[in-house]
Design a binder for this molecule. Structure first.
Ligand code: CTP
Ligand code: MG
Length: 266
């Protein structure tokens, strides 16, 4: 499936500038090997295979020549016919920033002037299936200003506070409430936006103090603060964010499993 013809000119921002502290490989997460390639290459392959992007703008750890070279090699592979028949996207690499939002802003500054919509995707979600990109792109083509892929939450989710007084001798936290699970969703990427909405959202974030900025964990949060409706489409469990060593084992398992890397659940 390709993007509907009504689709605006779309770019994908692939944020890959994180340091991967929780994975603990002692190297940027994008470089960590997964099934014989790097996490970055798997992520690039997924974005290109989805066929929704005219441009893929990758935010890399500043000055990382090895990852820049991987981007160039991938662009060359695409030009030589490695694509899926869709228009070959242009690959642009930029230096990311100190926070994820800074990396998104760096990539926003490098988009083609004719770009009308943007999908922001975590390189750490290296195995996100094509179908999710299509669901997000289709919602944008249908008129959404903002759209996110989500999954129902399987665990019961509670709020807690640090224990004070005599309770502190029993356990470090006390439960303060239970969120209604039917209304909860776990949020993934790619998140899609009209370019104008995403730019406005990130401009408004420039006024946040350090603590507020640290609490911004995705782009949709900033859009919500503008009062713009954010639509939710179905995500996929294969879009897991490779964060901890256990996630890497799961991703390896998906690659090696009988169904292949980018199988889509029904
Ligand atoms: N990211 C980025 N620039 C940053 C921080 C994060 O581009 N300054 C990207 C990461 O590369 C990743 C995505 O944002 O693709 C989600 O971030 P996360 O999973 O937290 O990755 P890391 O920040 O690398 O991991 P950690 O927090 O464990 O260090
Ligand atoms: Mg991080």
């Amino acid at each position: 499936m390709t993007t509907p013809s009504a689709a605006p000119v779309t770019a994908v921002i692939l944020v890959a500038a994180g340091s991967g502290q929780r994975l603990g490989y002692g190297m940027p997460k994008a470089k960590v090997p997964l099934g014989g390639d790097s996490i970055l290459i798997h992520a690039l392959r997924g974005v290109a295979a989805a066929g929704v992007a005219r441009q893929i703008c990758v935010a890399l750890p500043p000055g990382d020549r090895e990852l820049a070279a991987q981007c160039e090699a991938f662009a060359e592979e695409l030009r030589n016919g490695g694509g899926n028949g869709a228009e070959t996207p242009e690959i642009t690499a930029v230096d990311g920033g100190a926070s994820r939002a800074d990396s998104v802003r760096a990539a926003l500054a490098a988009l083609h002037p004719d770009t009308r919509s943007v999908l922001v995707h975590d390189a750490a979600r290296a195995l996100a299936p094509e179908a999710v990109f299509h669901r997000v792109a289709e919602a944008l083509a249908a008129g959404a200003q903002a759209v996110i892929p989500v999954l129902p939450v399987v665990d019961t989710v509670k709020t807690v506070a640090r224990t004070t007084g005599p309770d502190a001798d029993i356990a470090p936290e006390l439960v303060t409430g239970t969120a209604p699970r039917e209304a909860l969703r776990a949020v993934q990427t790619p998140q899609g936006f009209s370019l104008e909405t995403l730019r406005r959202a990130h401009e408004s974030a420039e006024g946040l103090d350090e603590a507020q900025a640290a609490a911004v964990t995705d782009d949709a949060m900033l859009v919500e603060l503008l009062g713009v409706p954010v639509h939710a489409v179905r995500g996929a469990s294969q879009s897991l964010k490779i964060t901890t060593p256990l996630d890497l084992i799961l991703a390896e398992g998906l690659l090696e499993g009988p169904l292949g890397a980018r199988w889509v659940e029904g």
